[in-house]
Design a binder for this molecule. Structure first.
Ligand SMILES: Cc1ncc(COP(=O)(O)O)c(C=O)c1O
Length: 382
């Protein structure tokens, strides 16, 4: 295997990140606060466009979810509804709070949380004596979940929504940006995301007061006093001013990254579009706009090929691809958590594959990918 590895999704610098980092060094803002942190928050706020949006830059998406749960009032013994088909980081903070996750299956169109099973779960939990305290809904791989339907159910039962938009910065639904729908929303700037700060995240709140509370908790919950006094348990969750500098540079190229990733989705549509029994996931309607963080294909059960065979074929060509997230209700660590569904997430995991989707893939790399896929299809006589 001599050729360079093609990654699923790798960091893509825009060019001006180092300028912001140099400024931080020049001004000695080498700390988890400073002009880049403030500037990055402002850039995100401007980008998200909606009024009354307040952004706290934090050390990770996971930390942001944890603080969202705290601010939503989740406590020991509570139950929190969560999409099952997602990365473990969506669910782990529920357990940090001593609460129990209740997992919900996906629907077929977007692979996100099923509004039908969501309502069934809420009714059943209420009948068992416990109304869920919050809901974590995820825009998986950048595809908006069924925002209207999901929020209508949550609103009807008075359950706050935490919108896990870690993979969906740049996506929108009915013209409104993902990251602005929930009572709280979470963004991630991990190395593999559409923009990165190497590691980082943000919590989006609907009031300045909630943002202030988030920053208070994220900076060790110091009471106002000249000495160190604490009336609450705090966390060390603020974003570093150096990392935020990378974020400011990345914001300048976010739109370009979105259109490049969307081109990758079209690229795979071109390769698999005519192959029977294989679906390239794309927007179900034009009210959805996905950043196509990762392009996902799904092969029919007993279809023309197994996606695992394609994964192994690509691996042999030094091209990374990956099965979809293994649903949380199938994870050993969550084996005792309740689950409501009928096998959609499980089938997506079994028959789905994420393909290289980076905004920085060169023409040459794209050619290698398409040659490999066409050769694979030939072995299946397609
Ligand atoms: C859906 C989802 N939620 C949460 C996270 C957590 O974000 P972070 O890695 O920044 O903690 C990630 C990504 O890593 C994710 O993909």
């Amino acid at each position: 295997m001599s050729e360079k590895k093609i990654w699923l999704s790798s960091p893509h610098m825009g060019g001006s990140e180092q300028k912001y980092i140099s400024e931080a060094f020049d001004q000695n803002w080498i700390a988890p606060l400073g002009p880049n942190v403030n500037g990055f928050e402002k850039d995100l706020q401007t980008y998200l466009k909606e009024e009354n949006i307040h952004v706290a830059a934090l050390s990770s998406g996971t930390a942001s979810l944890h603080l969202a749960l705290i601010l939503a009032g989740v406590e020991r013994g509570d139950e929190v509804l969560c999409q099952s088909l997602t990365f473990a980081a969506s669910a782990n903070p529920i357990v940090y709070q001593g609460a129990t996750p209740v997992f919900i299956d996906s629907e077929e169109e977007t692979l996100n949380i099923s509004p039908v099973f969501l309502e069934k779960a809420i009714q059943d939990r209420i009948s068992k004596g416990k109304k869920p305290k919050a809901l974590i809904a995820v825009h998986l791989y950048g595809m908006p979940y069924k925002v209207d339907e999901v929020h209508e159910v949550a609103l009807r039962y008075g359950i706050p929504v935490i919108e896990d938009s870690a993979e969906a910065l740049g996506s929108s639904y009915k013209g409104q940006k993902c990251g602005t729908f929930g009572d709280f929303a979470v963004l991630s700037f991990n190395g593999n995301k559409i923009i990165t700060t190497s590691g980082g995240g943000a919590l989006v709140t609907k009031s300045e007061e909630l943002k202030r509370k988030a920053v208070f908790l994220a900076t060790q919950a110091r009471d106002e006093a000249p000495h160190y006094q604490h009336s609450h348990i705090g966390y060390n969750y603020r974003l570093s001013n150096i990392a935020a500098g990378i974020g400011r540079g990345q914001m300048e190229v976010l739109e370009e990254h979105v259109s490049k990733r969307r081109e990758m989705n079209q690229f795979y549509e071109g390769l698999f579009g005519t192959v029977k029994g294989v679906k390239v996931f794309s927007e179900p309607e034009n009210t959805y706009f996905s950043n196509h963080w990762l392009t996902v294909i799904k092969s029919e059960e007993n279809g023309v090929f197994k996606t695992e065979d394609l994964r192994l074929f690509l691996e042999n060509e030094n091209i990374e691809s990956r099965p979809l997230w293994k649903p949380m209700h199938l994870q050993p660590v969550f084996k005792d958590a309740p689950f409501y569904g009928n096998g959609v997430a499980e089938s997506a995991f079994k028959n789905g594959l994420c393909l290289p989707s980076g905004s920085n893939l060169s023409q040459e790399e794209k050619k290698r990918i398409s040659d490999a896929i066409l050769n694979f299809l030939k072995t299946k006589m397609l």
